[in-house]
Design a protein around this ligand. Structure first.
Ligand code: T5A
Length: 214
């Protein structure tokens, strides 16, 4: 079946402002008369949200790297099949906080898992569902970490937030390499700027990409 909707993903390190950007993108499409579904990964459907809990919770039994990768793709396969694809087929706009570029950056650049393994699992889990546009929110790791910890307040860090600074530097560099290799799909946003300036950059990208296409 042909898909008629629009699929937009938001990527970046912890505290980049992805949730804030999802609202901004959703608002733009709603203002332009589209029916919008906001979602996130890992998660987005009840089963995928159950998998998210396993992925983000630190337990005594350390999650093995291959298990982490396969759980990310299990959650994604479920989200694509039961959430994203049906919405796109219904002509809706799907705005998703993270998608496969996060796996490329975190499990690929961060953990060092082979890109061939990641790309073959991606093809199987995505079943042809690919983002039309990806916004990469880029900012220095220290700023992202400071924002994430201010937002977290007194609640404890999740399993990923406990990683060392160098892990997040590898991820940031990984995201920038992914973006440089696919400039047709991925637009870079300077996320270190104040919220209003970040939102203005996002709206300009959407004006440029979608206003003329209407
Ligand atoms: N993961 C995920 C993988 O390893 N592989 C994968 O394939 C996938 C899909 C998921 C974790 O899973 C990993 C990556 C993650 O570690 P998540 O819930 O997406 O976790 O986690 P985070 O990235 O940690 O989400 P955060 O909520 O920390 O970050 P956001 O969404 O980027 O940031 P946001 O919008 O909540 O903003 C954080 C704070 O900063 C403020 C906001 O008001 C908020 O308080 N803020 C700004 N402040 C100043 N200036 C700006 N421009 C600001 N923009 C936002």
């Amino acid at each position: 079946m042909t898909m008629h909707g629009v699929f937009v993903t938001i990527e970046g390190i912890e505290g980049a402002g992805k949730s804030t950007a999802v609202s901004c993108v959703a608002e733009w499409f709603t203002e332009h008369g589209y029916d919008v579904l906001c979602s996130r990964e890992p998660g987005g459907t009840p089963v995928a949200e159950d998998i998210r809990r396993i992925l983000l919770t630190s337990t005594e039994e350390e999650l093995a790297e291959p298990a982490e990768l396969l759980l990310m793709f299990a959650a994604r396969a479920q989200h694509v099949a039961r959430g994203i694809r049906p919405a796109l087929e219904a002509g809706r706009v799907v705005v998703c906080d993270r998608f496969t570029d996060s796996t490329r950056a975190y499990q690929g650049a961060g953990r060092g898992i082979d890109s061939g393994v990641i790309e073959s699992l991606a093809a199987y889990a995505e079943q042809g569902v690919r983002p039309d546009l990806t916004l990469l929110l880029d900012l220095p790791v220290e700023i992202g970490m400071a924002r994430a910890s201010a937002r977290r307040g007194t609640s404890s860090k999740d399993r990923f937030e406990r990683e060392a600074h160098a892990f997040f530097e590898r991820i940031r560099a990984g995201f920038l390499r992914i973006a440089a290799a696919d400039t047709a799909r991925i637009c870079l946003v300077d996320a270190s700027a104040p919220i209003e300036r970040v939102q203005a950059q996002i709206r300009a990208i959407l004006d440029d990409r979608f206003e003329t296409a209407r």
